[in-house]
Design a protein around this ligand. Sequence first.
Ligand code: UD1
Length: 373
Amino acid sequence: MKVLLVCGARPNFMKISPLIRAIDRHNFSGEKPLVERVLVHTGQHYDYQMSELFFQELELPRPDVHLGVGSGTHAEQTGKVMLELEKVLVELKPDMVIVVGDVNSTLAAALAAVKLHIKVAHVEAGLRSYDKSMPEEINRVLTDHISDYLFTPSRDADENLIKEGIPREKVFFVGDVMVDSLLYNRKKASQRRILDVFNLREGNYALLTLHRPSNVDDKENLSRLVEAIYEMGQQLPIIFLCHPRTRINIEKFGLISLFQMDKSAANSKGVLLTEPLGYLDCLRLMMDSAFVMTDSGGMQEETTVLNVPCLTLRDTTERPITITQGTNTLVGNDTRRMKEEANAILEGRGKKGIQLDFWDGKAAERIMDVLIR
Ligand code: UD1
C-alpha cells in the first residue's frame, strides 16, 4: 500500500507527525500489508520558524517531495498546489492521499487526488464553524465532501458530517491527532528553558497569538485589539508570538510602538512582541501561562488538554467541544469582554477542562487500524 501524506502549513506538521510514527511502527511490527509512505510538503509555509523548525522538533523525516508553492492569493496558492501535486500523483501513483486540517494545501491536495480517482483520507474531518467568511471553513466542507475516509476528532464532528448527508460508513471517530503530538512531546516541552529566556515566572504571564485575516488584516480591527491588549499588558506581562502576516500589518498600521521588543525585559509589564516560536517552546509557554489569548484553532484544543484557560478572539469556533467541556471561552473582538474574562481568570474563576473522549494520544494508531483493515 502506497500512501502519500500532504502537509504545507504550520498547523499541519503536528498532525502529520503522529501519522508517520504510526505508519513506521506498523511497518516495524512486520504486520501485512506494509505501508510505503511518501511525505509531500507543499511549501505553503516556508520561513524557518514556520516550517523547518517544526520538522526538527517533531522528528519529521525530510519531505520526499517539496512543491515549493509559497505565498499568494487563495486561488494562486490552491491552484499551484493542485498543478504541482498532480504531476507527483501521476508519477508515483499512490493508493491513497492523506490530508490533514483545513488549510489551502489540504483542499488543493484532496481535489488533485480525487480527480485522479485516488482515495482521499481527511484527518480532522467534520469540524464546522458555520462561518463561510473563513477560508478554512470552505476548505473543511469541500475536503470532507470529496474524501473517502473521514477521521473525526470529536463526536460533534461525526454529527456535522451525517447532517450533511455523508454516509455513516465513511466516518470514523478516532480522536485528535494534535493531542497525540502534544502528549508525545509534553515532557520534552516541559524541559525547555524558554521561561528563562524571557525572564518569566510560571503562572505570571499571558500568551497571545493572532493571525486570522478577520483580526489582523483590517486596520481598525487590529488597532482596537492591540490597544486593548496593551491595556491588559499593564496588569501582567503578555508574550505575543507574532505571525509574519500580523507583523507586516502591525508595522503597516503604525502600531509597533505599543510593543516592547527586549526579550529579557518581558517579565516587566507590557506586551512583548516576538517572532513565532517552535512547537516545544510554544507548548512550554502555554503550559505555564496564566491564560492564553488566541485566534488559532489548534491552541483552543491544546489549552483544553493542558487545562489552561483560553480566551478565543473569534465569534465562532469549529471546536465547540473545547467550550462545552474544555477551558475555552469565545470573546470575539469584544475588548470589554476580553478584559472581564481575563480578570475572572486572574481571580481564580477560570474554566477547568475534563479529559475528552479519545484525546488520549492514540488517534493516529486508530487511523492506521482503519486504513489497514
Ligand atoms: C494559514 C492557514 C490558516 C492557519 C495558518 C497558521 C489557509 C487559508 N490559512 O494562514 O488556516 O491557521 O496558516 O499559520 O491555508 N508568511 C510568511 N512566511 C511563511 C508563511 C507565510 O512570511 O512561512 C506570510 C506571507 O506574507 C503570506 C502570509 O504570511 O502571504 C499568509 O500566509 P498564508 O499561508 O497564506 O496564510 P496564513 O495566514 O499563514
